[in-house]
Design a protein around this ligand. Structure first.
Ligand SMILES: [Ca+2]
Ligand SMILES: [Ca+2]
Length: 435
């Protein structure tokens, strides 16, 4: 007799484990004696909640099969770049007879316990994941009564706070982008304006990143804008997981835009800039060869390819033997950075015979100056301002001309003199001619 009753209870239990948003009478023949839905392990699985939510009508206390003191349910919130706010409501009849507890996916850590005076009603911020909720009473509170309840769970997507700028100029700055990965998040609405974030990097770097969430990459286009020329440098593909963008040191904007309807809503991206390239020497002994750091006249920032910014370093892992002797009439171009962290930088060169040297220093956003010196540190020439700047964000270019004898090592020294900004990018153009 007992055996057939248990069998019947299990059979009915199997028939009522389907739930829908519609509030149906679906009494589960569970009680403390049979253990059904009375533990985390045997929780009724509600599956992944959508924004319509669920209503569950159930009972506790004195039930036709005995006494039931607890019902467990398992539910999931989608993993995505959305955080959730879960509205929980327990309609109790009679009131003040049941209460709730929510657990994390381990089932052992209580996240929230609610024991209100009347119906339980609260909102809870939750990330994507698996959770358990327990509806409970006890014998004293139930007082031999049948208790019925409707449990309503309804998640709402919480939009991230959008902090990006609407244009490169004036966009909020992350400061230096080197160091640990930076997480950028916000929310695109129907107006779908791109979002801009400013940053700078003090050395040549490789920028990599990824938009987080389940395969969201096609929803976003991410590019870097060089404020010096307005060039928009797109990541090679939308996954952003390819090799990083090789870029000159300097100030930049990161532009994130949504593509298509799927790109509306929250976004979250993670970016990191890794130093990639030669670091100029902070003293004469550590000076890099100017010829080593040459970019080539016509190379546009962001169009360096995959291996290196420098024209002589085109095979991965291969260090070319570049002479420090400058070729006559060749135009050398270096784009670099000088700032508070290393206010002096040195570049080395040799001359095979006496030369007239022309040098220009340009694209400065803060005060710096260039000097030509010999190995003893004797000053041979210094730049002076050449004309005026036509842009309010750049200082006037500087230039020098000097005739140098052969047979000595020379250094270009860049000195940062601003105390205000973290540093400045600069362009260095240099050419030698027969005197
Ligand atoms: Ca029950
Ligand atoms: Ca139960």
């Amino acid at each position: 007799m007992l055996r057939s009753q248990t069998f019947l209870a299990i059979l009915i239990g199997l028939l009522v484990t389907t739930w829908s948003a519609a509030s149906a009478e679906s009494w589960t023949p569970d009680h403390d004696g049979n253990g059904f839905n009375n533990s985390i392990e045997r929780a009724i699985d509600l599956g992944t909640l959508n924004t319509a939510g669920v209503n569950i009508r159930e009972q506790l206390g004195k039930v036709p099969w005995g006494f039931d003191s607890r019902d467990f349910y398992k539910f999931a919130l989608p993993f995505s770049f959305n955080d959730w706010e879960l509205s929980v409501h327990l309609d109790e009849n009679p009131s003040t007879t049941m209460w709730l507890e929510i657990y994390d996916q381990s089932g052992t850590r209580s996240i929230y316990a609610s024991r209100g005076a009347a119906d339980e009603d609260f909102k809870l911020p939750l990330g994507g994941g698996i959770y358990y909720i327990e509806v409970k009473t006890d014998a004293g509170t139930a007082a031999n009564r049948n208790l019925t309840y409707t449990l309503t769970l309804r998640p709402r997507q919480v939009p991230f706070v959008e902090r990006g700028g609407t244009a490169c100029r004036g966009a909020p700055s992350f400061g230096s982008f080197s160091g640990p990965a930076k997480v950028i998040e916000g929310s695109f609405d129907e107006r779908r304006q791109p979002s801009f974030y400013a940053f700078y990097v003090p050395y040549g770097f490789s920028l990599t990143g990824s938009m987080l969430g389940p395969a969201p990459s096609s929803k976003y286009a991410v590019s870097v804008i060089n404020p010096l020329d307005g060039a928009q440098i797109a990541f090679r593909n939308s996954t952003l997981r390819e090799e990083g963008l090789l870029l000159d040191p300097g100030f930049y904007c990161l532009k994130i835009e949504s593509v298509g309807m799927a790109g509306l809503g929250n976004y979250r991206g993670q970016f990191v800039a890794l130093n990639a390239g030669l670091v100029p020497g902070r003293d004469r002994n550590r000076a890099q060869k100017l010829a080593d750091m040459e970019l080539g006249n016509l190379t546009n920032n962001g169009r360096y390819g995959l291996v290196s910014r420098y024209i002589h370093y085109k095979n991965r892992g291969e260090i070319p033997n570049v002479s420090s002797v400058l070729e006559p009439a060749h135009e050398y171009v270096v784009r670099d950075w000088v700032g508070l962290e290393a206010p002096e930088q040195f570049y080395l060169f040799d001359l095979s015979e006496a030369r007239r040297l022309e040098l220009r220093l340009y694209n400065l956003t803060a005060a710096a100056r260039a000097f030509v010196e010999d190995a003893a540190g004797t000053l041979l020439a210094s730049t002076t301002v050449e004309g005026t700047s036509l842009r309010d964000d750049l200082l006037a270019p500087q230039a020098l001309k000097v005739t140098l004898p052969a047979g000595r090592k020379y250094y270009v020294r860049i000195e940062y003199s601003s105390r205000r900004d973290p540093g400045t990018p600069f362009g260095l153009w240099l050419r030698t001619l027969s005197p």
